[in-house]
Design a protein around this ligand. Sequence first.
Ligand code: 4AD
Ligand code: MG
Length: 432
Amino acid sequence: MKQTFITDAAAHVDQVVTMKGWVANIRSSGSIAFIQLRDGSGFMQAVIVKSDVDEASWELVNKVTQESSVALMGTISAHPKKEGVFELQVTSIELIHIAEEYPIGNKEHGPDFLMEHRHLWLRSKKQWAILRIRDVVETAINEYLHQEHFIRTDSPIFTPNACEGTTDLFPVPYFDLGEAFLSQSGQLYIEAAIGSVGRCYDFGPVFRAEKSVTKRHLTEFWMMDAEAAFVEHDENVGLQEGLVKHIVASCLKNCTKEFEILERDVTPLQAVVDKPFTRYTYTEAIEKLHELGSDIKFGEDLGNDDEGLLTKDSDVPVFIEKWPKNIKPFYMKIDPEDSAHVLNDDLIGIEGAGEIIGGSQREDNFDLLLERIREDGLDEKEYSWYTDLRKYGSVPHSGFGIGLERMVRWMSGVAHIRECIPFPRTVNRLKP
Ligand code: 4AD
Ligand code: MG
């Protein structure tokens, strides 16, 4: 019989169905047993009454272990008291595979143990919920961008040069061509693609070799870079705000049960959807931080503590725009009103989310771009294809990159980014 999914239970009340999945938990007492079945789409209780099943099925009740895979035949019933809760009244059980003693029990495990068993840990309810939130965030990003006339073009992962900074690259031997580097961001490539399609984005893994051991850094993470022709700084910031609002609204709409599992209080998220985000210039942000007691110096990058301080009394995310040009990459356009600063922005989330987005208007003038490349000590020949874009119908354009796992971490409310990607890669972990 065709598999019926737990998530579709409401449409199959009083029908005879087959459900397939894993035994998350089983308990029995004399003549009745309860299996907590999970099938990937959800969790559901299956009730097995000794007198209602054949002998072979009842024998299995005493045999199946946690994580064994089974097919359960029976009738779906609506819970008499709890709305939206369904049960399977089992008539027969088929054992697909009996699981060995499962290493992850109900007792507390340390993070190292769980990370070493990541391939199995993914099955636990909280990890399941985070994976689903990740999917909702990804889907929301795709939706919003298409709505705004962006199409997905994607960028290469092997690259000949740096996008964000030369010190944070992973080199890879590349046949007779010497060394390639794993991409830090596909931005430069989608800047080329907008010449064809106007507005586009890539969405895939990027790599950072900086040795940051924090709750917010991965060495491999997923980034969505968006780029748009004829968009200047203010409109760029508006697109970012629209995107984040759309993601948050989509999570609020689609992740109710996931938030419940994670015990995530979603009240703070409603303001993010309803209210305009705050905008500070870098200079204003530094002044504000000084008022709040930070000893950050003008010209320094904001640390985790500064980001926290700046957003702690805010119920909406905060943009910090127009940073000093000398701490930002060569491609950012200089502010025509203040040549020491660039037309860029970082978006800092609330609830300790930290930096979620980095974006900027790009330098579209050939000579100025070349000057910035030289100033930064980069090899202009390596970037000739990129500067070429400023020779043939150059247009003002802007873009931004959002870190998927940073967004998932914020939405799910978990402390550590390593739980926001199925198989995290960090300075200290490459397995499993
Ligand atoms: O601010 P970043 O470095 O910006 C860029 O790479 C631009 N080229 C993007 C663009 O304009 N198209 O990175 C963008 C975002 C950050 O705001 C953060 O959310 C995330 O990527 N990010 C990381 N996430 C996890 N681990 C890391 N090590 C990250 N580094 C950046
Ligand atoms: Mg950044």
